[in-house]
Design a protein around this ligand. Sequence first.
Ligand code: ADP
Ligand code: FDM
Ligand code: MG
Length: 212
Amino acid sequence: MTTPVGRGAFIVLEGCDRAGKSTQCRLLVEKLKDSNIPAELVVFPDRSTPIGQVISEYLKKEVQLPDQAIHLLFTANRWERAEEIKSKLEKGCTLIVDRYSYSGVAYSSAKEKKTSSFQWYKNPEEGLPKPDAVFYLNLEPEIIAERKGFGGERYESAQFQKDVAECFKKLNDGSWKIVDADKLIEDLTTELYSYVTEIVRLSKDKPLGVMW
Ligand code: ADP
Ligand code: FDM
Ligand code: MG
């Protein structure tokens, strides 16, 4: 690895289930490393921590929790990684992040019996490190439906995903790059990689932002 100059970039991939986020995050990290750009993958929820284990049980429908409680656990799961994220970025490591606060707000506020307001779901995310770029992998629900079937986890239903997509739209402050994800895996990686390298270049000398 070459010695990094400047800080690493904080890049988030967002989108509905099966849009291709996890596939692209993995491939982008590999491609960056192949080009000697220090990079790591971060995945939310991080199911490996004690908080993450409760989230995992919730998603597998093994435990029930009030909407507010699970929302705050997803947020806490980001807060428990925040210092490490900042430190890695400062050391010049670019982070490719599979979901972030935007999934947090979109999924919680898409729930049928909304127990809290959009703003309420945004509030506990305030103060977290802010991504340098958000890439939203956009895919029509009909095409999503053609991809491998849903598993048995919570939120995995076609109607709910449509509602989530609407909430994502509401959350976009205009700064997101909306990427058409309906293409071959390798073509999408090539497209995303060109955006990613540009963000890496632009972020080197910029201070890291704070949510929102
Ligand atoms: P996500 O993380 O957004 O839920 P994944 O990357 O896990 O999505 O992909 C969901 C499914 O779709 C997987 O079976 C994956 O192999 C497949 N897939 C991913 N990208 C594409 C693509 N561009 N075209 C067709 N199938 C894809
Ligand atoms: N999810 C994910 C949330 O509801 N809130 C969050 O803050 C985050 C990061 O958890 F249904 C939801 C989105 C999805 C599930 O699934 C995680 P994947 O397939 O592991 O991304
Ligand atoms: Mg995924």
